[in-house]
Design a binder for this molecule. Structure first.
Ligand SMILES: [Zn+2]
Length: 198
């Protein structure tokens, strides 16, 4: 029988695979040609599969990058701030008398231009929400965007427990940090660390 592919005349019974669907009872291409074709198909399938997984991977990377970009974007930051405020005012005991008196849409309308301005004027610093009257609620009129570092130093905790404020001297601030470090060291059973010579 002549192979349809290589056109060689070969013995039907030994050189061709049986096939129930073919009229002759054998495939039209010889075993050698058939095997070659099978390997090619397999290779093509593998390549196709690789292309698909590569595409999925690129797509996933792109999605992750866009999610990261969004969360670093001003709108993403503002949304994060809002959710942090909601969480704080509902979960932290020292905030139990403080309300989040602003809807998310109202907050975003206020915060987005404020954060944009802050970033323009304070490159490299991290914007955070500060309540001007620390006993007041989170509401338009009592909130402003300030540097996170400044916000921390202004916090009640530092003022109440360490007597520190933004106006404190450099030495007082370092001393305050020393107390915090020592408290942590004690809790963690670490030797005390010295930030300054006493
Ligand atoms: Zn052949």
């Amino acid at each position: 029988m002549i192979c349809k592919k290589c056109k060689q005349n070969k013995d039907m019974c030994t050189e061709f695979y049986k096939s129930e669907t073919c009229k002759t009872g054998f495939r039209a291409t010889c075993k050698k040609c058939h095997n070659k074709k099978s390997i090619e198909n397999q290779k093509n399938n593998l390549e196709r599969l690789k292309k698909i997984t590569d595409w999925q991977k690129t797509n996933r990377d792109r999605k992750n990058a866009s999610a990261r970009k969004y969360s670093a974007s001003v709108k993403g930051r503002a949304r994060k701030m809002y959710h942090a405020i909601v969480w704080r005012t509902t979960h932290i005991s020292s905030y139990k008398n403080i309300l989040c008196n602003v809807e998310i849409s109202e907050f975003l309308n206020w915060a987005i231009p404020e954060i944009e301005l802050f970033l323009k004027e304070n490159s490299g610093k991290t914007p955070s929400v500060d309540r001007m009257n620390p006993d007041g609620n989170y509401e338009i009129g009592n909130i402003r965007i300030i540097d996170l570092g400044e916000n921390i130093i202004r916090s009640r905790y530092l003022e109440k427990h360490l007597g520190l404020s933004v106006e404190s001297s450099y030495f007082e601030k370092i001393e305050g940090l020393q107390k915090i470090v020592n408290a942590f060291c004690e809790n963690l059973n670490l030797p005390k660390m010295k930030l300054i010579e006493e």
